[in-house]
Design a protein around this ligand. Structure first.
Ligand code: CS2
Length: 501
């Protein structure tokens, strides 16, 4: 990219009157950090950071700046630090495009080099909230849903934590989000900095309770962790949330479009659809941004919203991703425009998902389904099937297998949901055999369990479904024992791998 780059200095030179771009709603110079975010991907920048900025602008509170912490690489820090944390959100609707700059990200850090600074900020009395978007796989859960203590990164972090809870100093950089969070909690307890709220914003079923349980179980593995556990029980809350906005990977075409609007280049640009929603359980240990002033819903019971979103939106998304990629559709919009695939998604929602849901207050679930499908049809986000298809081993359970379990418990055969499972199996097979080409590009399987999945997928086609259903990390101990489920998946796999839908 060439030309001047977005930063506080170049921002000052923009003419708000003549600009088609919405300038930050807060003056970055006035904002101090009160919130630490783990997982500084595109989703956070297009979602919680925007809500947080709007809440600060609505209330005039200037203590809710964000320290954004990347997960695995320093790349995002390299994109955002030279821009003083400023970046744009390019909103692509079906008929309109707009660009707004966000000023709430006040600092960025990479644990590989900045762990001490992150821990100090988590332990500051001015910090009250930690939010997380580290994706499903970021939690490093084992087959039983608890923390995978054999994960080398988590094990290293728990080793450092064991030193820190004894009052020692571990200089090792944090390597896993859960480890970083625990070390931050330990630092805060030691600093006696007051209560903290940890807000999980990932697409896990019961995300708040799941994160609280992971923290507790990881701490069980740490000798001398009892005092920290007591403090967490007394002073830390883990509210559940439902987060929603379609945020595709930023493409060069998006960067060029934003640069033309802004007159500056922006290496931190993110893209999103116009729709955005955040439902948060109102269970905070201390102060929080007034997110309700920015359109978020604060509620005592987030579960019906979260369940409806995971089971309708995310399950449909995965269905379109796998079936769509298998048919060579590059984008979700192309997949949902394919009448066979639209019919498959409707069958999934109507036959298997809706019978398992209770509508949240004021919500019409059939209308919700239609709205979701209309959002998927937006051709301008460019959201790819392959992006949504990644990490299937981590995503199937929260978005689909709860539906399967509930249907089986009612004595129903979840035939439509079995097609999604079969589509994932066919996708794993095709990608691990080097047989899948989308948009002229050969697609490899992108999944943390890829080696195990490739091994299960290799071999005769007539037993493919059975080998895959025996992957316990995905299907648990119970689903492989269900004859109804097994026969539905076998039939659906047979229809896909021979006829390709
Ligand atoms: C998608 C989600 O990539 C995926 O798995 O289903 O990221 C989806 O776009 C968001 O949850 C929408 O809120």
């Amino acid at each position: 990219m060439t030309g001047n780059r977005l930063s506080r200095t170049t921002l000052a030179g923009l003419d708000p009157a003549g600009s088609p771009v919405r300038l930050p709603a807060v003056d970055p110079a006035d904002v101090t950090v009160g919130l630490v975010h783990l997982g500084l991907g595109a989703f956070h920048r297009a979602h919680q950071a925007v809500f947080t900025e709007d809440a600060a602008a609505a209330t005039g509170e200037n203590g809710w700046g964000i320290l954004g912490v990347t997960q695995r690489s320093a790349r995002v820090v390299e994109q955002l630090a030279p821009q003083d944390g400023l970046y744009g959100v390019l909103t692509k609707g079906t008929d309109e495009t707009s660009l707004r700059l966000v000023g709430s990200l006040r600092d960025v850090a990479f644990p590989g080099t900045d762990t001490a600074r992150v821990l100090t900020t988590m332990a500051a009395p001015t910090t009250h909230v930690v939010t997380l978007t580290v994706t499903e796989k970021g939690y490093r859960r084992g087959a039983d849903g608890g923390p995978d203590l054999t994960d080398p990164d988590l094990a290293t972090d728990l080793g450092a934590l064991a030193v820190e809870v004894r009052g020692g100093r571990a200089d090792a950089p944090a390597r896993s989000p859960l480890g970083l969070l625990l070390r931050g909690l330990a630092a805060r307890e030691r600093a006696d900095a007051g209560p903290l709220t940890v807000v999980c914003c990932d697409n896990l079923a019961n995300n708040g309770a799941v994160l609280a349980a992971l923290v507790g179980a990881a701490l069980d593995a740490v000798p001398d962790g009892a005092r920290l556990r007591e403090w967490i029980d007394a002073s830390v809350r883990f509210p559940g949330t439902m987060v929603d906005r379609i945020v595709p990977a930023t493409a060069d075409a998006h960067r060029a479009e934003a640069a033309a609007l802004l007159g500056l280049t922006d290496a931190g640009l993110v893209v999103g659809e116009p729709f955005t929603q955040w439902v948060i359980e109102d269970d905070f240990a201390g102060p929080r941004p007034a997110w309700e002033c920015a359109g978020a819903t604060l509620t005592s019971d987030v579960a019906p919203y979260e369940r409806a979103k995971l089971r309708v939106l995310n399950a449909s998304h995965s269905t379109l991703a796998y079936l769509g990629a298998l048919r060579g559709h590059a984008t979700i919009a192309q997949a949902v425009a394919d009448p066979d695939l639209a019919a498959a998604v409707r069958a999934l929602v109507d036959e298997d998902v809706l019978p398992t849901l209770i509508a949240p207050d004021g919500m019409d679930l059939a209308r919700y389904r239609d709205d979701v499908l209309a959002r998927f049809a937006n051709p301008n986000t460019g959201h790819t099937t392959v992006q949504v298809a990644m990490d299937g081993s981590q995503k199937l359970s929260p978005r689909l297998l709860g539906t399967v379990r509930d249907r089986l418990a009612e004595g129903a055969a979840p035939t439509a949901a079995a097609l999604t499972v079969a589509a994932w199996i066919a996708y794993v097979r095709a990608t691990t055999q080097g047989e899948l080409v989308v948009d002229g590009r050969r697609i490899a399987l992108d999944d943390p369990l890829a080696p195990a999945l490739a091994a299960a997928a290799a071999g005769p086609l007539d037993t493919l479904a059975d080998r895959m259903l025996d992957v316990g990390a995905v299907f648990g101990d119970d689903l492989p024992d269900s004859a109804a489920f097994r026969s539905a998946v076998r039939a659906a796999v047979a229809s896909l791998v021979t006829a390709r839908v």
